[in-house]
Design a protein around this ligand. Structure first.
Ligand SMILES: NC(=O)c1ccc[n+]([C@@H]2O[C@H](COP(=O)([O-])OP(=O)(O)OC[C@H]3O[C@@H](n4cnc5c(N)ncnc54)[C@H](O)[C@@H]3O)[C@@H](O)[C@H]2O)c1
Length: 335
């Protein structure tokens, strides 16, 4: 186990980035954390809600203890080079996230997720970064029958899946050609505290409650997802950076298949326990690019990362509901 001192986290103002920073600070695994974020999704206030930080607005690459924020874009080569210089570990989270935004604007998705990832890899190779962790997703696999494994054939059915697959391919190429130790981690569907701005299903349902809206289900609700609690997910990132040794592709999931209708049942029970009225459920059209079934085999991650998801779905959902309750004063309900 190696404790690296200097961590660059791209997209560190976002949902997973902030959860990771919180965990790194609690565990003492990092001495200096630098965030590169263009603030298009997460904000400086979001970052400030979990940690003290300084803004680095000088043209300086000098690392300081604690957390510092570089406001910059991963498509800007000089911002990327300046922020990567001196890093031991790069965790590349900044992205155009999600299937539907990629269908609305595939070129933007390509630029951010493919060219942006390339910029980070190229700067990391030049700066001799020790570990490069890339946030991938189950989306590269597309419509294959689950459980997905790291060797399942990839047939993405969305531009997002294609751009993440390209990122995985570049990680593999940079390890093969230049010896940069890269880890492409395929995150399943992540939920947890700090997800108030996310459009993924758990966050969407909880936001809908506090906006007085009904629960909108795309399709019949029989589609399945593999829900992973954010704190378990960031443990896998830390294990890849500090324990694992060979690089490669790893699935970070729970191996549990849950239908959207079962999620609704479980969330309804938790809301009732909290005296929160359960909204009406409205079923609509299936969305293009959404896969019907999704859960992942995690045997490779258990061994290679020495990692195990710890949080049962109900426990993680209760913590997530608590966070939404604490962070939303609104009590309108859709009946
Ligand atoms: N949340 C999930 O369920 C999930 C599942 C699979 C994969 N992922 C991947 O994990 C990563 C993090 O996801 P998240 O849920 O925290 O997303 P998020 O949208 O909450 O955070 C992304 C952050 O990246 C920043 N960003 C976006 N474009 C940028 C750019 N061009 N330059 C600099 N910063 C930029 C945003 O401002 C934001 O703070 C993403 O790569 C995403 O594709 C997430």
């Amino acid at each position: 186990m190696v404790n690296f001192r200097r961590w660059l986290i791209t997209g560190g103002c976002g949902f997973i980035g902030r959860t990771l920073i919180h965990q790194l600070q609690n565990s003492g695994a990092a001495q200096s954390i630098r965030v590169l974020d263009n603030l298009s999704g997460g904000t400086a206030d979001d970052l400030g809600a979990i940690t003290k930080f300084t803004i680095n607005d000088e043209e300086s690459s000098t690392w300081r203890d604690g957390v510092e924020l570089f406001i910059g874009d991963i498509l800007d080569k000089s911002s990327v080079e300046r922020s990567v210089k001196g890093a031991d570990v790069v965790v590349h989270l900044a992205a155009n996230t999600g299937v539907q935004p990629s269908i609305k604007n595939p070129r933007f998705d390509l630029d951010t997720n493919v060219v942006g990832t390339f910029n980070l890899l190229e700067a990391s190779r030049e700066a001799k970064v020790r570990k490069f962790i890339f946030a991938s997703s189950g989306a590269p696999i597309g419509n294959s029958p689950p459980p997905f494994t790291e060797t399942s054939p990839c047939k993405p059915i969305s531009p997002y899946g294609a751009s993440k697959l390209a990122g995985e391919a570049y990680c593999s190429a940079y390890q093969g050609s230049f010896g940069l130790e890269t880890y492409a981690l395929r995150f399943s569907n992540v939920y947890g505290p700090h997800s108030g701005k996310k459009g993924s299903v758990v966050a969407k349902f909880l936001s809908q409650i506090f906006n007085g809206e009904c629960w909108q289900v795309n399709g019949s609700g029989t589609q399945t997802r593999d829900f992973i609690f954010s704190e378990d997910l960031v443990d896998a990132i830390i294990q890849a950076a500090t324990y694992a040794q060979e690089g490669g592709l790893y699935q970070v999931a729970t191996s549990e298949e849950t239908t959207i209708n079962s999620l609704i049942e479980l969330l309804s029970k938790i809301l009732e326990d909290n005296n929160i009225a359960v909204p009406k459920v409205v079923y609509g059209e299936h969305l293009p690019g959404d896969v019907p079934r999704n859960y992942a085999d995690i045997r490779k991650s258990r061994l290679g990362l020495q990692w195990e998801p710890r949080t049962p779905l109900e426990v993680g959902l209760r913590k997530t509901v608590d966070w939404f309750v604490e962070n939303n004063a609104n009590d309108r309900v859709c009946q």
